[in-house]
Design a protein around this ligand. Sequence first.
Ligand SMILES: Nc1ncnc2c1ncn2[C@@H]1O[C@H](COP(=O)(O)OP(=O)(O)OP(=O)(O)O)[C@@H](O)[C@H]1O
Ligand SMILES: [Mg+2]
Length: 404
Amino acid sequence: MANGPETSNTAERAELQSLVRRHGEELASQLRLHHRNTFPPEAEKTIRHFSPAEAAKLIGIHEGYLRQVAAEGGSIAPEIKNGRRTYSVESIHEIRKYLDHGARGHRRYLPHRTGTEHLQVITVMNFKGGSGKTTTSAQLAQYLALHGYRVLAIDLDPQASLSALFGFQPELHVSENETLYGAIRYDEKRRPISEVVRGTYIPDLHLVPGNLELMEFEHDTPRALMRRKPGDTLFFARIGQALAQAQNLYDIVVIDCPPQLGYLTLSALTAATSVLVTIHPQMLDVMSMAQFLQMTGDLLEEVAQAGASTNYDWMNYLITRFEPGDGPQNQMVAFLRSIFKQHVLIHPTLKSTAISDAGLTNQTIYEVERSQFTRSTYDRAIESVNSVNAEIEGLIRRAWGRAV
Ligand SMILES: Nc1ncnc2c1ncn2[C@@H]1O[C@H](COP(=O)(O)OP(=O)(O)OP(=O)(O)O)[C@@H](O)[C@H]1O
Ligand SMILES: [Mg+2]
């Protein structure tokens, strides 16, 4: 008699397992279908052309001067599309080089760092899921590359949303040992980081994609710690060590962290010269961030005791998905500013359907066309994203000792 409820319990568990698994499989296959429809795997991502006004703004010159420079020559002339002049990212890049080589005064149009300026490694994190880490990382990496910096974006999240935004589906386009795991793993299959870096459709923006294999690092690390020999590089130093091999090729590295505080995130924090914490200004998010910050502080203390360097240039909070008309959000932002003071970036990223709709087709606001949206919607979104990115660019330049 006593095994009545037990039997039914076991039966329910068995059912629950198969139900959950069935739902998981069904959902995964429907999602794959959705992705195939919106972005077929054989489609190569490209970036749109830019209007003369946009190109001039990216280069940092007046439109009239751009016209004059473009009239001077060859590969830097605009292309004519539907009767309109447009510039490709490649030609914008060529114009920067042309301006720098033309010895036109002291200004540099290609803003690459010099020998005394150190590689900036910006780690974007928060263990609150959906706080905007990936969207922020992609937008920042693209903004910087479009402005002429040499950028490496690293997808450290096994969910690989950043890779998907760049047109690489983790299950289709990223094979074994092709993520950062390949460059930080403990065994003999470890390879140089240059072998896991890929080009993208934006010149000078490279990507280390992610997929589920990154999880292995979380499993391997406790074992590696137990079997540790003198001279072994500890987990927290492994990302920094891998980046050191590629140091001279880039100005800025942007790392998109998973929503967890595991060994990957800690290693990214130790490699960081700067930290950006994305935060959606709502009570539950802010409460979970309090916990997150305390845990991070404790863990960093431990890795510092084990010899990790925890020096940094800046650490800032970015308010994401902000709705200016929402009273409670405004109160929350005021509250955060009163506590964290100058560590909260002046500009928030506004909540916008232009940003979320772009995300649905694996694009960022920099890739979609203005004509796809109501003008005011697009303009408000891009203005907010540009302001945030320009503010971060200012922090980078200050860390290099340049004029902002
Ligand atoms: N400013 C914004 N306006 C509207 N939607 C946004 C904005 N920023 C991000 N989103 C949307 O919010 C969702 C979560 O954003 P995102 O993936 O960047 O967060 P995340 O912190 O990386 O999430 P995870 O913790 O799962 O990695 C996405 O659907 C994205 O398109
Ligand atoms: Mg993410």
